[in-house]
Design a protein around this ligand. Structure first.
Ligand code: CA
Length: 313
């Protein structure tokens, strides 16, 4: 064999291996997001507590890969609001966003807990808990209801305590906890919002994925980008621009935490997920995020011309 032919053989083998790797990676992404049916997704959000939830929920609602079946409200205890007030404020925003996207009739939007769990064994019942239990149970055999929790974990933990039979029908994805030296700790705001729920959730045995606070410390977004992409385009996008301007008028950059949970789920190649043992229970933790990749994907997925569902303005 001549040197040239030998080189050509090596090149052909390299290209073939590269193609196999690309197909395998793509297959993994499709299996996660597409599967045989669209994943049934439920979102529980403390929408009114920050800027990021509304941007994150919008990303999920425009994703053609997902079947969003519910959007529930969560509270927090702040300097100017009680937990119950926070839940009601989030409920109002959930209803505004669904109305802007003409999804009020197709995505259920129950009220969540009006107080955190009093201890780690006592659930707080709510219309949101009951709706999640019903939707988990009606999820077809072999599939799970994917519950995304963007605030305190009260509703997720309470649903599992009230009806433990849904454990194997749920996969829970939370923003929160810190991950340091192989350990999860609760010194961040979503855990602090209900420490009893944060203590119970990993112990429930449910499939649990954590987008750690510590992974997203540099997940900063520019208000100028939000304005450039959304301002003047009407409807929900202008609502999001106004949300930032109203909540944080002087901040030109902000960490939009909750977007990362959906980006990691929809685009697994943009995040690194590790399996760890937390107090002897298995937990999956996203420990790294491709921030520029997630931001590029977000703006591409939410641009006006890419969203062709007839139910939006
Ligand atoms: Ca949130």
């Amino acid at each position: 064999m001549t040197t040239l032919r030998r080189l050509l053989s090596v090149l052909i083998v390299f290209c073939a291996l590269h193609a196999v790797h690309a197909v395998a990676q793509e297959t993994t992404v499709q299996a996660t997001v597409n599967g045989s049916a669209k994943p049934r997704v439920y979102i529980d959000t403390d929408m009114a507590a920050e800027v990021d939830d509304s941007y994150a929920v919008f990303r999920a609602l425009v994703a053609p890969e997902l079947d969003i079946v519910g959007l529930s409200s969560m509270g927090w205890t702040g300097e100017k609001s009680s937990f119950a007030d926070g839940t009601r404020q989030s409920q109002k925003m959930n209803e505004e966003i669904l109305a802007l996207m003409k999804l009020t009739g197709t995505v259920s939007h129950p009220l969540g807990a009006l107080n955190p769990m009093p201890d780690a064994a006592t659930p707080v019942d709510s219309p949101a808990v009951q709706d999640i239990i019903v939707k988990a149970k009606e999820t077809p055999a072999g599939q799970k209801l994917h519950l995304f929790v963007l605030g305190a974990y009260t509703t997720a933990a309470s649903a599992l305590l009230i009806d433990p039979s849904i454990k194997d029908k749920l996969a829970v994805y939370v923003m929160g906890y810190r991950y340091n030296n192989g350990e999860l700790t609760t010194n961040e705001s979503n855990c602090q919002g209900d420490l009893n729920a944060a203590a119970y959730l990993p112990r429930s045995g449910v499939e649990l994925h954590v987008m750690a606070y510590s992974t997203l410390l540099k997940f900063r977004w520019a208000k100028a980008d939000a304005s450039a992409h959304f301002k003047g385009t009407g409807g929900i996008r202008d609502y999001l621009v106004r949300r930032w301007e109203t909540y944080a008028p002087d901040e030109t950059e902000r960490v939009l935490w909750d977007i990362a949970v959906f980006e990691a789920f929809l685009r697994p190649n943009l995040a690194t997920e590790k399996k760890i043992s937390h107090q002897s229970f298995p937990v999956r933790v996203w420990t790294e995020a491709d921030i520029p990749g997630m931001q590029a994907d977000y703006w591409d997925a939410t641009k006006v011309q890419s969203f062709s569902r007839p139910r939006e303005d």
